[in-house]
Design a protein around this ligand. Structure first.
Ligand code: ADP
Length: 228
């Protein structure tokens, strides 16, 4: 059993899920005048929704979790709370996944209050119903058991973080040096994912971690350079 359940999502699945989501929106008779991507995760789905629903207006709003200084609590914030006038327009906010729902809720409330569309719907490819505080108006897949969905647009970022996490959290890796094969073996155990599924991203992630000084490479063995 993987310690952190991960599912690798392919580009083909993203197209299929976005098409399915667009069909739900269309089936409900909702034709948006403008699509708003919740940045960064909602960008690709939002662009595909525009294509499937024949929408030319695409905006975005960046909502993300932020660790407050001197506090462990994470708070959702809007990075660039600019204002536009959407009065008289039907809008749809698009995200990849509703996990806690915090970032989406913040973006939704801001758009309603400050951009004032005549109607605002919320759509996401996936909805983790067991933990989410909000239920989107439209979703394609309901997820019950929490999983980290490894989307194609965060492949490098995620792979780098996954590798570092093994060095920090697995007792067989902590304070040790590991060969690439040993990292791959632990990766399979930790995440239930074969690194070969990551294609070019696997080698690239190891290379970047060394370039950034996070991992050191000596005599073909990697070890964690920075503590914390
Ligand atoms: P929200 O649930 O409002 O989207 P979160 O802070 O939980 O807020 O998620 C913010 C973003 O982080 C998501 O839009 C997605 O890009 C990424 N994310 C969160 N949870 C997951 C997950 N389980 N799998 C993949 N990506 C995730």
């Amino acid at each position: 059993m993987a310690k952190v359940p991960v599912k690798i999502v392919s580009w083909e699945e993203i197209v299929e899920w976005s098409k399915g989501l667009a069909e739900r929106i269309r089936g409900d008779g909702f034709q948006p005048d403008v699509v708003i991507a919740v940045s960064r995760g909602g960008f690709v789905p939002a662009r595909l929704i525009c294509d499937f629903l024949d929408v030319t207006n695409l905006l975005s709003i960046q909502s993300q979790h932020w660790v407050e200084a001197a506090r462990m609590a994470e708070k959702a914030i809007l990075r660039f709370p600019y204002r536009v006038d959407l009065s008289g327009m039907r809008a749809i906010l698009v995200d990849d996944i509703v996990d806690t729902g915090d970032t989406l809720q913040l973006a939704r409330d801001f758009v309603v209050r400050e951009w004032r569309p005549s109607e605002l719907k919320v759509a996401a490819l996936q909805w983790i119903s067991s933990v989410a505080k909000i239920r989107p108006d439209y979703y394609y897949l309901e997820v019950r058991d929490w999983t980290w969905f490894q989307y194609p647009w965060t492949r490098l970022e995620d792979t780098m973080q996954f590798i570092v996490r093994i060095f920090r959290e697995d007792e067989r890796a902590r304070g040790r040096s590991l060969s690439e094969d040993e990292i791959a073996w632990l990766f399979r155990e930790f995440y239930g994912v074969d690194p070969r599924q990551l294609g070019l991203y696997w080698g690239l992630a190891l290379k970047r971690l060394v370039e950034k000084g996070i991992l050191r490479l000596e005599d073909g063995r990697y070890y964690l350079a920075k503590a914390g």
